[in-house]
Design a protein around this ligand. Structure first.
Ligand code: ATP
Ligand code: MN
Length: 425
């Protein structure tokens, strides 16, 4: 018999279901189990005349059953099908689960399992409704990002993960042995996406990046995923507009396509508004001085002034933006740049800007940052053969998921987080 999913049982008489045991209640003459598959949870009744009744069932054991679909009036809030139950004719134990290290069915809301114990048992943790919901929504986020830029005639590119020198300076790199040479894990696809944009015009990528920052924070991972775009013949404000439209599209899709997941997370989302502030306006609001960067508290403060809004801060000083960000004007004493950040829900979700497409300016700005132009020779040379001006940005996938879903730790938004203390599972 062909497998039926839990959400497909209505209008069927007899079904073959496969899944996990979410809950068990054993009486003398019958057992009641809640069977969970990818699509929902349904109650099954196993009377003592059913084949397989004698099996010793445990929570999260994998089973298959043949049974009759019967009308019922059930009330448990865990059930996704409440008007029907399955009368089991035949039960087969496919794989018996041992005693669980963490609860999957969180019946007792007072038992709170430490995040680190949950992450030690991540595969099991993913079976929980709430956790499952986070990653279904993350899938909606990344696939909506892809869809948005595909619809806008961008092409998806794949950039290298092993690189010969730092893309940006600033963050620390993981060193890898590359035959006789030293190489590094990429901290960003930045330089490569630029090399693509000056020839392919409009590109995007979703790619892992590695940063060997030693500190453990609730907003940083040592391995994370970035959703990046780079656009030729576009300035900083044109790509901020893309960010606006793209985030609106993503949030709209999450609202429309992830109703059950949002309910499981007890969330109501709104399509965000947008606010543009120059760096100088923003530091006034935070009572900072020119040249200061925004602390996490400042980012929170700025966002609290504009609820449900993505706050762009633009025209940052070059001194606190990377070497590849274009100056605001060509004046010799220009201190400002075409770099920007986007803040959402109290936290930075994206940085971007117009890039330098002129080799002489690139070399000057590399030197200004105490970086050696020799290490960037092939990158700089690529701009000698007809490079259009171009701009782009990068949204951290886990960072965005965290802030959209109001999670209190970025590790909640990463399947298998890599941090200072964690390399398994
Ligand atoms: P922050 O100031 O928040 O540490 P950053 O300015 O160093 O971030 P960028 O180089 O601008 O980071 O990276 C682009 C985006 O990638 C960030 O806006 C953020 O969403 C995300 N991101 C950056 N670093 C991390 C990290 N260590 N872990 C997870 N996401 C990150
Ligand atoms: Mn940044």
């Amino acid at each position: 018999m062909q497998r039926t999913y839990v959400n497909e049982i209505i209008n069927k008489k007899e079904v073959f279901l496969q899944g996990w045991i979410y809950d068990i209640r054993e009486l003398a003459k019958a057992k009641f189990i809640l069977l969970r598959d990818n699509t929902g949870i349904i109650q099954c009744v196993i009377k003592n005349e059913a084949k397989g009744f004698e099996e010793k069932l445990t929570l999260e054991s994998v089973i298959s059953i043949n049974g009759k679909v019967k009308q019922a009036k059930l009330t448990s809030s865990e059930l996704t099908i409440k008007d029907y139950e399955i009368e089991v004719l035949n039960l087969e134990l496919i794989n018996k689960a041992e005693t669980l290290p963490i609860q999957v069915y969180e019946k007792d809301k007072n038992i709170i399992t430490d995040l680190s114990i949950r992450l030690d048992n991540r595969s099991l943790d993913l079976r929980k409704k709430r956790i499952n919901a986070i990653f279904k929504i993350q899938h909606e986020i990344s696939s909506s990002f892809r869809e948005f830029f595909k619809n806008n005639n961008f092409i998806e590119i794949q950039t290298p993960s092993i690189i010969s020198s730092a893309s940006e300076g600033g963050t620390e790199l993981f060193e890898v042995k590359y035959f006789e040479k030293k190489a590094y894990l990429a901290q960003s696809p930045q330089l490569y996406k630029q090399l693509c944009a000056i020839s392919l015009e409009k590109v995007f990528t979703i790619t892992p990046v590695w940063r060997a920052e030693k500190h453990n924070t609730i907003r940083h991972l040592n391995e994370s995923r970035q959703m990046d775009i780079e656009v030729a013949f576009a300035d900083d404000f044109e790509v901020m507009k893309y960010l606006e439209e793209c985030v609106k599209f993503i949030v709209k899709n999450v609202i429309n396509n992830c109703r059950n997941e949002l309910e499981a997370l007890n969330l109501k989302l709104k399509i965000p508004n947008y606010k543009y502030l120059s760096y100088e306006e923003a530091i006034k609001l935070c009572k900072l001085k020119f040249g200061d960067d925004f602390s996490p508290e400042d980012e929170k403060k700025l966002c609290s002034m504009f609820p449900d809004t993505i706050v762009f801060t633009h025209s940052w000083p070059s001194s606190i933006k990377p070497f590849y960000i274009f100056p605001k004007t060509m004046n010799k004493n220009e201190k400002l740049s075409k770099g920007f950040d986007a803040l959402y829900g109290g936290i930075e979700i994206s940085s971007g800007g117009q890039r330098v497409h002129i080799p002489e300016i690139l070399i000057k700005q590399l030197k200004d940052k105490n970086l050696n132009p020799k290490n960037f020779e092939s990158y700089v040379n690529s701009f000698r053969y007809g490079a259009p001006y171009h701009s782009g940005w990068s949204i951290g996938l886990e960072r965005f998921t965290m802030t959209l879903l109001k999670l209190d730790n970025i590790r909640e938004a990463c399947l298998f987080p890599r941090d200072r203390d964690r390399l398994t599972p």
